[in-house]
Design a binder for this molecule. Structure first.
Ligand code: PMM
Length: 284
């Protein structure tokens, strides 16, 4: 059998021969770790520019929180939150991805200058998503997803999380390619925390090679997530999201060493250093 293709590049996106750092710009009042901090578009743009200055290679702009228990927002509200920020950050030269489950939002964000679509539902929520991305010819993040945020943890049941996530991803990958998305433009993401317990997340991180064997670049998005807070809990009290940065940098380092294409993080500086150390280490 041929060895799987080991992709670490995506056409049209930066390719510095190291793991990329994607900085998160959440234009939401309620994201789990930074909700409300950059809800004003001007603040969100300033924050994005800071992340770029700290070394972000990409900025992921999202207007809809996907924290466990979150409900959906109307499409016009998502557009109102996201478009001005995508427009300004793209105009400032940032490579922007739009974090959305809606083809209509993706389409307008691409028209406003975004270079990539990040769909946490992996094309499962909006049937128009794959077709839109295929026509636009842009890169696409296809994340493993089972259920809407409002009750996603009820679907956190697996016999073997690694093989089930890989096989569910491959089903969506086949659908995406049938719809005309070119395989080299698809990034896969195991979807840490989405219908997954801490145990599931750690199992997936330990087997990134199995996700990479799908033959696509892999995005790892562990930043500040609850499973890090659980690992570092003291006396049953979770480590708060704002104090999970060192753990996030550790994951970035290990993900980069494990062949991840990019890490998605809320604070860029530490992870930007980490991926550069990993690159230099690898070169020897
Ligand atoms: N997690 C969040 C949001 N968007 N996108 C991808 N591709 N992968 C993820 O794991 C992911 C995501 C969680 O919310 P946050 O923006 O508050 O971290």
């Amino acid at each position: 059998m041929e060895a799987p293709i080991d992709r670490r590049t995506v056409p049209g996106l930066p390719d510095p021969d190291r793991c990329l750092v994607m900085g998160v710009v959440n234009v939401t009042p309620d994201s789990f770790s930074d909700g409300g901090q950059w809800f004003d578009p001007g603040d969100a743009v300033r924050h994005g520019l800071e992340l770029l200055a700290e070394g972000a290679d990409l900025l992921d702009v999202g207007g809809e929180s996907t924290r466990p228990g979150a409900g959906r927002i109307p499409v016009r509200e998502e557009l109102r939150r996201v478009l001005p920020v995508v427009t300004e950050l793209s105009a400032a030269g940032a490579v922007v991805s739009v974090d959305t489950m809606r083809a209509a939002v993706a389409e307008q964000a691409l028209a406003a200058g975004a270079s990539m679509v990040n769909d946490v539902s992996g094309g499962r929520v909006d049937e128009a998503m794959f077709g839109l991305v295929a026509r636009a010819g842009t890169p696409f993040v296809l994340m493993h997803w089972r259920r809407q945020s409002v009750d996603m943890q009820t679907a956190a049941t697996y016999d073997d999380v690694v093989s089930e996530v890989v096989s569910e991803l491959s089903v969506q990958l086949a659908r995406a390619q049938q719809a005309g998305i070119q395989p080299e433009r698809i990034v896969v993401d195991p979807g840490l925390g989405f219908s997954k317990t801490a145990e599931h997340n750690w199992a997936l991180l330990a087997r990134l090679d199995a996700v990479r064997a799908l033959g696509h670049p892999v995005l790892v998005a562990a930043s500040r997530k609850r499973f890090l807070g659980e690992l570092l809990a003291v006396g049953g009290t979770l480590r708060p999201a704002s104090e999970r940065e060192e753990a996030t940098v550790a994951v970035s380092t290990l993900a980069a060493a494990g062949g991840a294409w990019a890490v998605r993080v809320h604070e860029v500086a530490g992870s930007a250093d980490a991926v550069r150390v990993e690159q230099r280490w690898r070169r020897g």
